[in-house]
Design a protein around this ligand. Structure first.
Ligand SMILES: [Zn+2]
Length: 183
């Protein structure tokens, strides 16, 4: 992967992670919903809801026109939101299939901590990669083996006598090795 792409992706994921954390805190007392649907007879629509520590996605197929069919954003205090029994449950994840004579609904609820872990993975990986790059640069400057830290000053040969890593003295001005370039 190109390194700049990794930097940009890590930054975007970090911003998402912070935004999800803020929404998580807000969801304890507020229910925010966005609904996109049409008022026409037999319409399909979708919505997103943030409430009660969960982010949820809703797909609907309405068999009759309904005054519940409100488009746009809405914000209210959290209230109970009954949709029957889930058809699939996994810790932090619930799936509902809510079908009756009026409508066909599909609801997916995902707990915020899962989403936050998901988006935190890349920024954490970025921190590890940055730390490793920095350590390699420091070892190279001090004349140490970049892999194991063995002092190569005064030693002969093209590879580290301790671990066998081939020496790459100032050949790569970026201070990185092939293995680390993959990130
Ligand atoms: Zn070594």
């Amino acid at each position: 992967m190109k390194r700049w792409l990794f930097h940009v992706a890590a930054l975007v994921f970090l911003v998402c992670c912070l935004a999800l954390s803020a929404l998580w805190v807000r969801s304890a007392s507020w229910m925010d919903t966005y609904t996109a649907s049409s008022d026409s007879y037999e319409s399909a629509g979708w919505g997103v809801m943030s409430a009660d520590g969960e982010l949820s996605f809703h797909l609907a197929y309405l068999k009759f026109a309904s005054d519940r069919n409100v488009e746009g954003w809405s914000h209210h205090k959290v209230e109970s939101w009954g949709v029957g029994d889930p058809v699939y449950v996994f810790p932090g994840f619930r799936l509902y299939d809510d079908t009756d004579y009026r409508s066909d609904f599909m609801h997916v609820y995902i707990a915020y901590p899962w989403l936050i872990y998901l988006f935190a993975a890349l920024p954490i990986l970025w921190c590890f990669a940055a730390y490793r790059r920095r350590r390699i640069q420091q070892r190279r400057r001090r004349g140490l083996c970049t892999a194991c830290g063995y002092d190569l000053q005064g030693s002969e040969g093209n590879s580290c006598p301790e671990c066998g890593t081939v020496r790459q003295q100032a050949a790569n001005p970026n201070g990185t090795e092939g293995a680390y370039n993959s990130l």
